[in-house]
Design a protein around this ligand. Structure first.
Ligand code: F6P
Length: 315
């Protein structure tokens, strides 16, 4: 998120706009946590993970009169427009603010890549980079000790991170919410690898299916007396959100931040900046929010053609 905030600030001041940062998300509006931002305040932020403005869940915003109070406070503080960076909840808040007639543009900021309407969200690539480096390191133990590793990754109800990291680490099984896993086929996959002298396997489990521990328990119960290898679990947890932004995310955040400011200055509102086929676009909140993003069909085909066990399509 930091590269996108930096871009909003630098683009804004370059075009003669005064930029005010709001600390702690919507809660910061209720608490009047406004700080003027200039080039110095965002210096070096293109390299930093997370958001230097900090963020928090805001119960007040979820009350029926929350969005109206937000608009009132913004107007009282002579703020003319808002850029909101966040996932589904933050963007839904922005949609409500838009419906009250206040100018707002959203940016998709979530590692889960579960926002409908954009190919990529800000932070997804960095999270994947952290996941693949972690799995690469775990593979050393897996190979040295003839082990199967179960790796739990984030993603909320999306299997995007699990699927993409399975493909890009050469792992064998992706357990994702969009497909129903087949424990018998998974056991066959693991045993076949051992017979073919591959001495290790990696199963990536999306947290949206179950915990890594629950999956491991299921695997060990079903594979008792049949699995010819030890199984270990690693839960990657919040390190997935802590990597220094990759080249892709620095560029995406910069492009989206710039596009948000240019859009507002052109009178646009009520939309999220999206990247579609490499091009920046605005997608109206009303057309995208509430829609479920499916896993990319090309990625599913690729996974299957690479021999990854992914389970069966659910109804
Ligand atoms: O939505 C981003 C995300 O990192 C999810 O992948 C994860 O389930 C969740 O946030 C974790 O949230 P928290 O830090 O509040 O535990």
């Amino acid at each position: 998120m930091n590269p996108s905030i930096r871009s909003v600030v630098r683009t804004g001041i370059g075009l003669g706009v005064e930029v005010i940062g709001i600390e702690n998300g919507y809660q910061g509006i209720f608490d009047h946590q406004f700080i003027p931002l200039g080039a110095l305040e965002v210096s070096g932020k293109i390299r930093d993970a997370g958001t230097f403005l900090a963020t928090t869940r805001c119960m007040a915003m979820m009350q029926p009169d929350g969005p109206a109070k937000v608009v009132e406070i913004l107007k009282q503080n002579k703020l003319d427009a808002l850029v909101v960076i966040g996932g589904d909840g933050s963007l839904t808040g922005a949609q409500k603010i838009h419906h009250l007639g206040y100018p707002v543009i959203g940016l998709p900021g979530t590692i889960d890549n579960d926002i409908f309407g954009t190919d990529m969200g800000i932070g997804v690539d960095t999270a994947l980079d952290t996941i693949i480096h972690s799995i690469d390191m775990i593979k050393a133990t897996a190979a040295s000790h003839r082990r199967c590793f179960v790796i739990e990754v984030m993603g909320r109800s999306s299997g995007y991170l699990a699927l993409m990291s399975t493909i890009t680490t050469g792992s064998q099984v992706a357990v994702v919410p969009e497909y129903k896993h087949n424990i018998e086929r998974i056991i066959e996959t693991l045993n076949r690898r051992m017979q073919r002298k591959h001495n290790n396997s990696v199963i990536v489990v999306a947290e949206g299916v179950c915990t890594g521990q629950e999956f491991m328990d299921e695997l060990l119960a079903a594979g008792r007396d049949r699995l010819d290898q030890e199984v270990r679990l690693t839960v990657l947890g919040h390190i997935q959100r802590g990597g220094s932004p990759t080249h892709f995310d620095r560029l995406l955040g910069s492009r989206m931040g710039e596009f948000a400011v240019l859009s507002l200055l052109q009178g646009e509102t009520g939309a999220m900046v999206a990247t579609v086929g490499g091009t920046m676009r605005l997608r109206n909140f009303d057309e995208i929010l509430g829609k479920k993003r499916a896993l990319n069909a090309d990625a599913i085909r690729l996974a299957k053609n690479l021999g990854i066990e992914i389970g069966d399509v659910t109804e």
